[in-house]
Design a protein around this ligand. Sequence first.
Ligand SMILES: [Fe+2]
Length: 259
Amino acid sequence: VSMGNLEIEVVPVLRDNYAYVVRHRATNTCAIIDPGAANPVMEALDRLHWTPKYIICTHYHHDQIGGVIGLRKRFEIRLIAPEVDGEKIPGVDVKVRDGQSFEIGDAQARVIGVLGHTEGHVAYWFPGAKALFSGDSLMTLGCGRVHEGTSKTMWNSLLKMRELPPETNVYCAHEHGQTNLQFARAMDPDNEALQKRGEYIMERRQLNLPTVPSLLGDEITTNPFLRADVEELQRAVKLDGDAPPSKAFGRLRKRRDNY
Ligand SMILES: [Fe+2]
């Protein structure tokens, strides 16, 4: 897909993960994002005739970095990863943290610290391509599990992403669209925007097509985890309308863990 200054290719890997390969068109500079496995990514690169210069990881989990070693056997690649999680990733060349930016060719990437799923998780926002690579933080109608943070950290991370332009496309690391949809419907049954979006998601999944990218504007109106400060969702988790949103978020996340 061509998005602003980038071309972006979705690469299904492992059971339900997505890696991405992107190319800055003007400078022919290519980067791989979250390669959970090497082979499917190499096949995509061969098909596109792209030579990668960078690997960019959102966090240290195996389904993000599993392909790094294999890809480095074949290509000369610089590895970019978040500072904190980077200590658990072998061979990081560039450690990045919240607020920094770097370039892929001439495409600017901004680093947003979105801690909660892991201690050092970051998202990469490419404003020129209206693209956010969110890993296991914000997902299509969902969010990642909170493994290394509190409800408050994760909620604050989600708020940071909610403030980005609504026309931003969200590229997350898993295909959980259908399960997330079922959960969202159960939590937010009267949301008309969600019903409408649900039809689209079901159509995509029936054709075995990805539900990425999703539009941030749609996430804002339909993703229950971005709506923890909305009265309907607070009531759904048995809180009154002015409970701290992070508390409502925590209850939503817990229900989703057991869903
Ligand atoms: Fe993860």
